[in-house]
Design a protein around this ligand. Structure first.
Ligand code: FES
Ligand code: FES
Length: 159
């Protein structure tokens, strides 16, 4: 295992962070353990569940599969970058109001995927929402309320 650390500059939610990390560190590990941005969850750590989804230069990625050094100088958006407790993002509010959250473990990843979808397609169909969030697994909700919440947030954004 390589013990040497390398310099890393990350741009996360509008803030710049200067770090030194080992090459085997994942973006997920750095976000959670170094930057204490623990809103991004680790589920499987093998790219299968989507709980760790963040945006990398606007594109949703599973951060457990991205080496932190590959994110050098790139723009990262995590769930902490969307809204605050006092001022929820429309997607966050819709998830709460529509009952799309149960245990909540999948929720940050789902919201980041939905956010990426609405950025590129502000008025998606139900089928498009289901297709786009297919990589985000939820063992609690059955997805119906999640899809309703994303469609509701799209409506709000349109007004
Ligand atoms: S923790 Fe990254 S996809 Fe499951
Ligand atoms: S709300 Fe529990 S896994 Fe999705």
């Amino acid at each position: 295992m390589n013990a040497k650390k390398y310099p890393l500059r990350l741009h996360v939610n509008g803030e710049t962070y200067e770090l030194e990390v080992k090459p085997q560190r994942t973006l997920l590990e750095v976000l959670r353990n170094e930057l204490e941005l623990t809103g991004t969850n680790e589920g499987c750590a093998t790219g299968d569940c989507g709980a760790c989804t963040v945006l990398l230069d606007g594109v949703p990625v599973t951060s457990c599969l991205v080496f932190a050094l590959d994110a050098h100088e790139r723009q990262i958006t995590t769930i902490e970058g969307l809204g605050t407790t006092e001022a929820l993002h429309p997607l966050q509010r819709a998830f709460v109001e529509r009952g799309a959250i149960q245990c909540g473990y999948c929720t940050p990843g789902l919201i980041m995927s939905a956010y990426a979808l609405l950025q590129q397609n502000p008025q998606p169909t139900e089928a498009e929402v289901r297709h786009f969030i297919a990589g985000n697994l939820c063992r609690c909700t059955g997805y119906t309320k999640v899809v309703e919440a994303v469609l509701a947030a799209a409506e709000v954004s349109e007004q």
